[in-house]
Design a protein around this ligand. Sequence first.
Ligand code: F6P
Length: 313
Amino acid sequence: MPAIDPAHIPANLRPVIEAMCATGAQLSRVIARGPLAGALGAGVGENSDGDQQKALDVMADEMFEAALEGTGVKYYASEEQETVLTLDEGGRFALATDPLDGSSNIDVNVTIGTIFSIFEAAESAEASFLRPASDQIAAGYIAYGPQTLLAVTFGAGTMLFVLDPDTGAFVLAEEKMDLPVAAKEFSINASNRRHWFPPVLAYVEECEQGVDGAKGKNMNFRWVGSLVAETHRILTRGGTFLYPSDARKGYEAGRLRMVYEVAPMAFLVEQAGGKATDGVAPILSLTAEALHERRPFVFGSAEEVDRIAELHG
Ligand code: F6P
């Protein structure tokens, strides 16, 4: 039985998406076993950028890399590997992934995920990934939570699938996700408040003032610490997410990676009717200059993302 109904997937991408789904289903079984599957959250080293790698980060990377062989993926780029791998010289696609996002939540039974972005392969590995984010032909995330979910776009809306644990197949749950234009919730790592720049502080203060301030409505606050979980909540019921640049050393461009975190989430959000910017400019209009570069990231309900851009003006 296929891991996802091919009817919903463009024909040329079926082997790639099937491999992502089959591996996601396998990974979700490992994650569900938690400590019974070994020390998944144990530190095992550092990636190229000095982030700590957990056992599950490395395991997930190895699983996706192996599964994508022979599916038409020429170039494979991963958060866990410094350079791009050539999987199949004759392949047509370039796939970038954060194989296991939110790894600080592995050991605490909170939703974690896999994020991926797909381009048509260009003449070199560099040219395949360092190009406008609007060149993506597909993007998705798999969320490993109470349910295992796949949100995916091929540029004609964002679809949502749920993994049926009895069959191991992802089943369509929503044909077109619809991110509400107005928000009742905002998300930002508030412990960084003292480092924020004025526009971000002004936005958060507006949210906090609720009915007593310019917004005229109360806003609730949420911070999971897993980009996939945060994105899924916002795609489902609206809200805003900010991981801005701030005054800390190393956070000049925020924390999140352009190629395999920011760009794919921006594509999914825009295809669901939301907006995604670096605070001002639409993410999809931007081009990565390095594989592991960071970008400030703001996304969610259109009204709020517009307001944040206005405060930056
Ligand atoms: O991959 C980076 C990540 O784990 C995201 O999933 C999450 O949004 C963010 O970092 C959490 O950042 P912080 O450690 O500042 O809470």
